[in-house]
Write a protein that binds this ligand. Structure first.
Ligand SMILES: NS(=O)(=O)c1ccc(NC(=O)NCCCCO)cc1
Ligand SMILES: [Zn+2]
Length: 258
């Protein structure tokens, strides 16, 4: 199956997922010179129910927290979005060291990691149907920057890492409102793109926050202590689960700020 290593890595994905060579792929480079300030862009709002949080798991590719998305319980709205989108899961991408790991790159800057909060458009009957639509999915992306005063709210997720060390492990993750992870500023860039992993469907309205959240080097090391493999297999560190930036082609990246 696909992965991030040489033989099954991002350059090979198109063999099983031809859309990986499409014109609306993610992530991309965001460069100030090519961004268009759009003063009609609205602020975005998240209204999350902490009781919607269910479990945290290691699927061998990332660390994911899953939420109840059986009704409009935890939603994202505003910004570039035409209506409410339901929060389904959040997950991370990170590097093997603090100087890289994010998927989007801003004016040449790579962050240590990137948090993705994935939401789907409930005008479609279910998530799998939304994945096939250009307005089906909205991902709120938040950069992780290593610093001395980490966000205390990150601790909750990282404390659970010990319970999901190996692929396939899952643990209850009750009572968590991911908006506690948001940075102060809601400034964002937005563009139309894709999943950054197979199936690479071009169904995502990306909302990339300008302000990173601060995590500690120890917290990043915690993420890197996850294993790609199951407990009865050799311990392979789960690191560098990020896709390189893809061609922007004729896409406009809009900014909500001057
Ligand atoms: N990193 S990302 O762009 O936020 C992302 C989110 C979900 C997925 N995959 C996903 O939801 N798969 C289940 C449904 C696939 C339908 O064929 C891949 C990448
Ligand atoms: Zn992601």
């Amino acid at each position: 199956p696909w992965g991030y290593d040489g033989d099954n890595g991002p350059d090979q994905w198109h063999k099983n997922y031809p859309i990986a060579k499409g014109r609306h792929q993610s992530p991309i480079e965001i460069n100030n010179k090519e961004v268009h300030y759009d003063r009609s862009l609205l602020p975005w709002f998240a209204s999350y129910d902490p009781c919607a949080a269910k479990t945290i798991l290691n699927n061998g590719k990332t660390c994911r927290v899953v939420f109840d998305d059986s009704f409009d319980r935890s939603v994202l709205r505003g910004g570039p979005l035409p209506g409410v989108y339901r929060l389904r899961q959040l997950h991370f991408h990170w590097g093997s060291s603090d100087d890289h790991g994010s998927e989007h790159v801003v004016n040449g800057v790579r962050y240590a990691g990137e948090l993705h909060l994935l939401h789907w458009n409930p005008k479609y009957s279910n998530y799998l149907d939304a994945v096939r639509r250009t307005d089906g999915i909205a991902v709120l992306a938040i950069f992780l920057q290593v610093g001395k005063t980490p966000k205390p709210e990150m601790k909750r997720i990282l404390e659970e890492i010990n319970a999901i060390k190996t692929k396939g492990k899952e643990a209850p993750f009750p009572n968590f409102d991911p908006s506690v992870l948001f940075p102060k500023s809601h400034d964002y860039w937005t563009y139309h793109g894709s999943f950054t992993t197979p199936p690479c469907e071009e169904c995502i309205t990306w909302i990339v926050l300008r302000e990173p959240i601060i995590v500690s080097s120890d917290q990043m090391a915690k993420l890197r202590s996850l294993s790609k493999n199951a407990e009865n297999e050799p311990d392979l560190p789960l690191v560098d689960n990020w896709r390189p930036t893809q061609p922007r082609y004729f896409r406009m990246v809009s900014a909500s700020f001057l």
